[in-house]
Design a protein around this ligand. Sequence first.
Ligand SMILES: [Ca+2]
Length: 219
Amino acid sequence: MAALGMTTTACGGPSVGDVESQALTLQVSGVYLGPKAVPSGDDARGDFTMSRALISVDSMQLTPCASGSAPITLDPRVYDLLADPPLGETVTTAVTEFCTLRIDLTPSPDVTESASSSDESLLLEAKDETAAKITYAGEDSPSLTFTADNGDFFGDQPLLLGFDLSGWLAYLAGGATNPLPGLFDSTLTDVAALYVDTNGNQQLDADEQTPVAHAQASR
Ligand SMILES: [Ca+2]
């Protein structure tokens, strides 16, 4: 096992003396824990790659560990998981220990498949090398809760709420050859996890891929 260093690296955060309030940074983006391309099996079509990944978040809520402390709720926002630079949130708060992150998805008029007139909560698209698309559009309003895996609080920062695009790419590519690639819903909890971007480079590096919290479906 590689040692998970306890070094305190400078991460652009508040100085030690600044205990009144500090910034909590949470990046929301797609990550690749596996392949970034999946062969279509057809030489003329080449590989599938992810070309769109949008989620519409109705609310994102960070709950302090201390009982009685009010949760912090962030405004609705559509996150483009492929955005470069990645999207994220910064919250100024006196709270240093958060134990739970919850996100609620909801359909938004800003997330609509071109062929559809309905609002979607989630839109995924993969393309092959002929630009032919495979699309998944979801209208459900699932909620995900992330609770620190070690029973502790989310300690280090910046936090990175990552959605494994490799998992979704495999799902879409599987659907290209199989009309019934299985239920999509379960993939959401499989692909979402909370990480720490230890070196603050807005990328999920190889030594940062152990989540601090896994997603659970919540009601
Ligand atoms: Ca990093």
